[in-house]
Design a protein around this ligand. Sequence first.
Ligand code: NAD
Ligand code: UDP
Ligand code: UDP
Length: 328
Amino acid sequence: MKEHHRKRILVTGGAGFLGSHLCERLVMQGQDVLCVDNFYTGTKDNIAHLLDCANFDLMRHDVTFPLYVEVDEIYNLACPASPVHYQHDPVQTTKTSVHGAINMLGLAKRVKARIFQASTSEVYGDALVHPQKEDYWGHVNPLGPRACYDEGKRCAETLFVDYRRQHGLSIKIARIFNTYGPRMHPCDGRVISNFMMQALAGKPITIYGDGLQTRSFCYVDDMIDAFIRLMNSPEGITGPMNLGNPHELSMLDIARRIIELTGSSSEIVFAPLPMDDPCHRQPDIRFAIDTLGWKPETGLDEGLNRTARYFRRFTQEAAVRSDLPLPA
Ligand code: NAD
Ligand code: UDP
Ligand code: UDP
């Protein structure tokens, strides 16, 4: 890439699961990437392979504090995504979503950068409309244990559209549905990482509730394609835009699939369903298909096999070490 085409791109939460894949893709494109992370749920290991690249920089910083850097584009991904982690310190979760958004929008305003927000299907809450379309306002309990995340992300969306209306910012809002793949933290408590680690270790698979609740899982590479397409879409396309794979499965289905694909002898056990756990979730992605020419390409078995290859190394490590981090 010629020097004058190279963009300076800030990725907040760049050491996390999605952020590290995004940094990698942007570095490979030849962009100048600044990864900002406070390592709350992300790790240096996720971006260790990029540290020697001349077009990659890493800064330890918490986005709830102001940040003064000069960039052309901002992907704002900083925020824990696993319910276990975002509920561990709920006040910090709201601060990260809200103060983090204000700071990154203030930065975007000062340097006239385009800014992308990693929003979430959680803005729909325990949805009463199925599948969920962008014009659905959602069904969120503002007082429950998920509210710090759901309402924080909803407020961030409000800030994004108001900075556009009031200050003319160039914004892109992605509503991300459940995404999985290599570099999910093995102990982060989300369903795919839990089931994978349990299946590979031959331990019981913990289904919460009756397992009939559904989610729709997108493989990480497809999601990163969508991020970059949305960021580079025409100015008038601001979103919010649903991004995800509409292939809907129950937690029982996904447990059985993971047991089969990993050749595991694990049994399934049932545990209480967490409060406010959404019953069903499936994205309507017609808007993304029509405007980005994008749709997910990776099938579930292929994605799970690639993810299992990644998680195998942790179960092998765990066999010789007992000090690996465990979920809070
Ligand atoms: P993750 O937890 O792996 O990554 C989040 C990253 O943000 C971590 O590296 C963490 O250390 C960092 N971070 C947290 N608070 C911070 C702060 N105050 N300052 C700086 N860095 C901070 O999660 P992920 O799955 O990669 O999610 C990335 C983004 O995408 C999040 O905003 C999340 O809400 C959103 N999202 C993800 C999914 C999914 O299924 N993975 C679904 C919907 C939305
Ligand atoms: N900010 C930042 N980096 C910048 C510019 C602003 O972190 O380069 C933060 C700063 O903390 C500010 C917030 O973004 O309070 C919102 O900025 P804005 O200009 O919208 O409002 P201000 O509070 O400065 O009036
Ligand atoms: N879940 C489960 N067992 C686990 C972890 C999660 O049955 O070990 C369920 C959880 O109750 C929810 C679904 O799997 O219904 C997805 O949970 P996750 O935490 O991955 O993400 P969510 O979509 O709820 O934010």
